[in-house]
Design a binder for this molecule. Structure first.
Ligand code: GRG
Ligand code: 1GP
Ligand code: MG
Length: 247
């Protein structure tokens, strides 16, 4: 089964998908594999691999190879630029940062990365990437015109544009390590116009209660990265998140 179909099926049957984000720049490949293994035991559905800075090349390849030794869950690239593509992943979130001011993040990195994706045969999953306040490192690197937290209608406008451009997934991003995640009001308003198109929410989600709030508001998939990098018991933390968001 293709990864997109796998994720969609889980969203339909279990209510919400849990995605574990691993930044290759944050630890050694062996440590990354340990996190992926522990997250798998906790019930995560797939492993996203990527980062805003320093997440390409040999380190990315080695991280993916080690992760694949320790989990049978799909690996999905979450690239910060064209160097975030690796043939060792199963799929790639092939995203355009719709609210960037910089054409590099709207189409140029995509054009530079596309031939690599083509040759490697990994599965592209089209995605509209939208960054909301506070936005964190990714907001700065991606030169995003941040959507104000209290303006759901602006997130709705970008999400609709992505849907009409044919993107299957929409990702509402508050930025890695954000003090608070995207508001339930914004999640609900965006999901309302997306209909069956899948909505991913990430940035600043640290516990089951918050994850549940995002899921109930309309998120089809929840991403957690920082809290799992910091956690001393990754399996228990993922169990907490997963049990809060699954039917
Ligand atoms: C499709 C291709 C080939 C490229 C897309 C390029 C785009 C649109 C990038 C968007 C802007 C960007 C810098 C995204 C990075 C996404 C990401 C991996 C964010 C989270 O990474 P963390 O590592 O958790 O965050 P920090 O780096 O801030 O720690
Ligand atoms: O690191 P956290 O805050 O979990 O954010 C995850 C993801 O949305 C960042 O791109
Ligand atoms: Mg990081």
């Amino acid at each position: 089964m293709q990864v997109e179909e796998y994720l969609d099926k889980i969203a339909e049957s279990e209510g919400t998908v849990h995605l574990t984000l691993i930044d290759p720049a944050s630890q050694t490949p062996d440590q990354a594999a340990e996190i992926a293994h522990a997250a798998t035991l906790g019930g995560t559905d797939a492993i996203m691999v990527g980062g805003s800075t320093g997440a390409g090349g040999v380190l990315l390849d080695q991280t993916l190879l080690k992760i694949k030794e320790r989990t049978d869950k799909p690996t999905i690239l979450f690239p910060g630029n064209a160097s975030g593509v690796s043939k060792h992943a199963d799929a790639i979130f092939f995203m355009s940062l719709l609210n960037s001011r910089d054409i590099n993040y709207i189409t140029t990195n995509q054009a530079m990365g596309a031939p690599v994706v083509y040759k490697s045969g990994i599965e592209p999953i089209s995605m509209a990437y939208i960054i909301v306040e506070p936005g964190g490192t990714v907001g700065w690197v991606g030169d995003a015109k941040l959507i104000p937290k209290r303006k759901p209608e602006l997130a709705v406008a970008y999400a609709l544009a992505g849907k009409y451009l044919g993107m299957h997934y929409t990702y509402l991003e508050a930025g890695s390590g954000a003090d608070s995640p995207v508001t339930p009001e914004m999640i609900g308003a965006v999901k309302h116009v997306l209909g069956d198109n899948k909505l991913i929410v990430g940035g600043g989600i640290r516990d089951g209660e918050t994850a549940k709030m995002c899921a109930l508001a309309g998120a089809d998939m929840i991403v957690t990265g920082t809290i799992l990098e910091e956690s001393s018991n990754v399996t228990a933390k993922v169990e907490e998140l997963v049990s809060a968001i699954k039917k």
